[in-house]
Ligand binder design. Structure first.
Ligand code: PEP
Ligand code: MG
Length: 556
């Protein structure tokens, strides 16, 4: 008989297949007392186990690359944490067996992490995984992990740890179901990245045995256990229909009721153009020109070299909009011939437009190269400056564009809170604004983009960041000018709806994100997006803002 269960759908789509459970975590190790004379040998065994697990995690990370590598490296560091190892050794000296000492030392660490708020609490699963690996090694039992074999399956787990998910073969995993987790858990993030359906927070998942057939609906959160042949066929049909609906959402970005939101691509140079065109980008919302300069050696590339590269991009979007950002050097992108090396705080120093205004010949050369590249093409070229702080900055940039004979709209990026607060003043000098939410979050929250320890504050769902976006979009509307978003925030389908509701006029993102954002916008009306935006702004944390927006958009 079919049983219907309901969890939280976090990654849309339908997966029908047999359950394969994650390798069981080792049970709690027995309390084994040791003789004081055995302590040194036992401590050595514990050290070897932690070192072995740390090395294994690092090797898995190196094999996986990308974002998984960072997570696995962090886990490897957890395994080798000197305080933890000291604690383990102390417990062994007091008479505990190595496995028990590891288990208990991690329990203390776990409590601290779980109490440290939403963001760190989410790392508890990573810590448990490290503990289980060390204990398994000490007990000589198999590591917990993903099932092996060649048949596609629905992966069922208590929660998923990055060490395992990094090794998942996407061709074999039809979908995920987990007992724990939420929309921001690893399982959810990974499922979305792999594009497989997933349901989390399904308590009854503990009772799903290997080999049971399930139908997982990642859109609604429903899981059918032992569906009949007809039910399977019906679900599969529904899934095909939905898939077809999503694939059918092509063409220009718009809400369900036809409010246009051009969807543009963020690119680093001509090499990225093909993927942007393939993904249906309506143009380029951010061409990060610094890559051309950073590759260029001791001095700025010649105007000739620059204009050839720019022209390749412009030709790919005949009659499309292409927004080129002039060189954004400094801080995390130092350029020896342009930026100062000796600044104590480079992110707050002479970077972006400030560096270009100190070396006006570099800016003038770039603007002339752009003017040459656009000659005779029907493209709508727009040029913007990074790190504009105020009206004087905007005027200096607009003057430079005019002086170079550039027939393109000049714009300003809003990445500094002062520019958001005084957007109307900035708009007296330029034709459009583009919100760089990555840096805007960094400066609004005094949270270094590079520092993992403050990444909670980099979350683009932070209501304070949404307030700054709203303020900027309202100012642009009042001035009758456009205001897009080109920071990473634009690539999150749900947040894209919220940004639209806040009044931004275009969204620019990595090409891979375009289809998801296009489909999400097409599902909701502008009024729904506006309600979601208001609900998100009324929240007090990034997590609550996301949940509020999600609930509002689901309510229809
Ligand atoms: C931003 O800061 O949001 C942005 C788009 O620029 P970058 O990420 O290149 O600093
Ligand atoms: Mg920036």
């Amino acid at each position: 008989m079919t049983t219907r269960l309901r969890g939280v759908g976090v990654s849309p789509g339908m997966a029908i297949g047999e359950v394969r459970r994650m390798g069981a975590a080792p049970v709690e190790p027995p309390t084994r007392r040791i003789d004081p004379a055995e302590a040194p040998a036992e401590q050595k065994r514990a050290r070897q186990a932690t070192e072995g697990v740390a090395a294994d995690l690092m090797a898995r990370g190196n094999a996986a690359g990308g974002q998984a590598q960072e997570v696995l490296r962090a886990q490897s560091m957890m395994a080798e944490d000197p305080e933890l190892i000291t604690d383990v050794e102390r417990r062994i000296a007091a008479g505990a067996g190595a496995e028990r000492a590891v288990y208990d030392a991690f329990a203390g660490y776990r409590k601290l992490l779980a109490a440290a708020g939403d963001h760190l609490a989410a790392r508890v699963a990573d810590l448990d995984d490290v503990r289980d690996r060390i204990v398994a090694r000490l007990l000589g039992v198999p590591m917990p992990g993903v099932p092996e074999g060649d048949e596609p399956y629905v992966l069922v787990a208590r929660d998923l740890a990055p060490a395992d998910t990094a090794l998942l073969d996407p061709a074999l995993v039809l979908g995920f179901v987990t007992e724990e987790g939420g929309p921001t858990s690893h399982s959810a993030i990974l499922a979305r990245a792999l594009g497989v359906p997933a349901v989390v927070a399904l308590r009854e998942a503990a009772r799903l045995a290997d080999g049971t057939v399930v139908a997982v609906d990642g859109s609604t959160g429903e899981v059918l256990v032992n569906p009949s042949a007809e039910e399977r066929a019906e679900r599969a049909r529904l899934a095909r229909e939905r898939e077809a609906e999503r694939a059918a959402v092509t063409g220009p970005g718009a809400t369900r009721d036809g409010h246009r939101v051009p969807l543009l691509a963020n690119i680093g140079g001509p090499a990225d153009v093909a993927a942007a065109v393939e993904a249906g980008a309506e143009g380029v919302g951010l061409l990060r020109t610094e890559f051309l300069f950073l590759d260029g050696g001791e001095r700025a590339p010649s105007e000739e070299v620059q204009s050839t590269a720019y022209r390749q991009v412009l030709e790919a979007f005949p009659e499309g909009r292409v927004v080129v950002r002039v060189l954004d050097a400094g801080a995390d992108k130092p350029l020896p011939y342009l930026t100062r090396g000796e600044e104590p705080n480079p992110a707050l120093g002479v970077r972006g437009l400030r560096a270009l205004l100190e070396r006006p010949e570099v800016l003038a050369g770039q603007l002339r190269a752009l003017a040459r590249a656009a000659e005779g093409l029907p493209v709508y070229l727009e040029v913007m400056a990074p790190m504009v702080a105020d009206r004087a900055d905007a005027r200096a940039f607009a003057d430079a564009c005019r002086a170079a004979g550039l027939k393109a709209k000049a714009g300003a990026m809003v990445e500094i809170p002062a520019a958001a607060l005084r957007a109307r003043s900035v708009l007296q000098e330029v034709e459009f604004l583009s919100l760089g939410t990555n840096d805007l979050a960094q400066y609004a929250f005094a949270a270094d983009r590079q520092a993992g320890a403050v990444s909670r504050l980099q979350n683009p769902w932070q209501p304070a960041l949404l307030d700054l976006v709203a303020m900027t979009a309202e100012a642009a509307k009042a001035e009758g000018k456009s205001c897009g978003v080109c920071g990473e925030a634009a690539g999150d389908p749900l947040l894209a709806c919220v940004l639209t509701g806040l009044g931004v006029t275009s969204l620019s993102m990595a090409s891979v994100a375009l289809a998801g954002v296009r489909a999400a916008l097409a599902e909701h009306t502008l009024a729904q997006c506006e309600r979601a935006a208001a609900a998100a702004r009324a929240a007090d944390s990034a997590e609550q803002a996301r949940l509020a927006a999600e609930a509002t958009l689901a309510a229809r």
